[in-house]
Ligand binder design. Structure first.
Ligand code: FA5
Length: 344
């Protein structure tokens, strides 16, 4: 039996030496040190041997078991280290390789335009304020000289929130002009504010009309403000946005809350004033409505029109990137088509 033990040790160690993988190592452990291994069988059958032989065989079998266990442990450590090294080698980072491109987000073209418009007015000393999308009839119409049954209500196809229109009712604001009243209720002149915001109209959509669109309202109230101030401010604004050579035209228009009222147009950016499909062959494109704040509006917010005067304007925001980039349909802005939006 001693001879068998010696042979077993030599065979086991020789096999262990050749092993290169952890799976083979486990199989080796089962084969030479497992419950059913020959070594284990010998250790369990010692009791049937005569006493002298039992002692010597038992001692030798235990020494061989310890040797095999110790060599197995050593081998496990060597293999573990090799495995770690090879996996590190495989995952080695080449810092000289070009990085993965990070696709960065961007602002919606309308948000970009709103920021640009506000920045131009902020540079002229205007402050940016915002107001509610859900508005009272009073601010959207009444306080702006548009009482119930006034024909000017037809200018603004309204989305009502309350069904009973005879009472104090709420609506989705049809323009940003209600903020003229809210600002003048809270502040005393001198006032210089611009109000960017969403507006809503109950209209069929087409290439130039959306049911939700943006406006930027402007309001300046102080002593001695004249139509010349309005013209100067809007001339400067148009030049900043559309370039020095752009021509700006002022023509009379009617809005119940201003007197006089004007409409401002610029020479078409596509045909440079020669006339094309975009400008309806007129050479001009209207971009905003404006005027001198009506004395009755000032009185309503306790500002004396004998002392103070002011101008106001309301600018359609979508028109600006449409003109600049030759976009022929306003609906593209709100269709959420990434192929369109990624161009800005
Ligand atoms: C107004 O909304 C007035 N509140 C403007 C104003 C303010 C006048 C202060 C005087 C003093 P109007 O309805 O014309 O006016 O709208 C102004 C601009 O909003 C238009 O020139 C147009 O560019 C834009 N706009 C109006 N309706 C729509 C629509 N359905 N879709 C997209 N843009 C629109």
């Amino acid at each position: 039996m001693l001879e068998e033990l010696e042979k077993l040790q030599i065979k086991a160690l020789a096999e262990l030496d050749k092993i290169t993988g952890s799976r083979e190592l486990e199989q080796w452990r089962i084969r030479y040190l497992g419950k059913k291994s020959r070594l284990n069988q010998i250790l369990h059958s010692l009791s049937i041997l005569p006493l002298v032989e039992r002692r010597s065989t038992g001692a030798r079998a235990n020494t061989i078991k310890k040797t095999l266990e110790a060599t197995l442990k050593e081998k496990e450590e060597i293999l573990g280290e090799a495995l770690l090294l090879s996996s590190l080698e495989g995952r080695r980072l080449d810092v000289t390789l070009p990085g993965q491109p990070i696709s960065s987000g961007r602002f919606h073209p309308i948000t970009q335009t709103l920021e640009e418009i506000c920045q131009v007015f902020q540079n002229m000393g205007f402050q940016v304020v915002e107001g509610p999308d859900v508005e009272w009839d009073y601010y959207n119409f009444e306080a702006l000289n548009i009482p119930q049954d006034h024909p000017a209500r037809d200018m603004f196809a309204t989305l009502w929130i309350d069904s009973d229109r005879d009472k104090k009712s709420r609506l989705l604001r049809t323009h940003t002009s209600p903020m003229q009243i809210r600002v003048m209720e809270q502040r005393r002149p001198p006032i210089r504010v611009v109000v960017p915001g969403r507006c809503y109209r109950y209209e069929a959509t087409d290439a130039t009309h959306e049911s939700m669109f943006y406006q930027v309202e402007g309001l300046a109230v102080d002593k001695n403000i004249t139509l010349a101030d309005l013209k100067g401010t809007l001339f400067d604004f148009c030049r900043c946005l559309f370039g020095e050579e752009r021509k700006v035209r002022f023509r009379c228009d009617y809005f119940p809350f201003v007197e006089p009222g004007v409409e401002v147009a610029i020479t078409c950016l596509t045909c440079n004033g020669a006339g094309c499909r975009l400008c309806g062959y007129s050479g001009w494109i209207e971009i905003l409505g404006a005027g001198m704040v009506h004395p009755d509006v000032l009185k309503r917010v306790d500002i004396d029109p004998e002392i103070y005067s002011g101008f106001a304007f309301g600018l359609g925001v979508e028109r600006i990137p449409m003109l600049r980039y030759g976009i022929d349909d306003i609906r593209l802005f709100y269709g959420n088509d990434l192929r369109f939006l990624r161009q800005f």
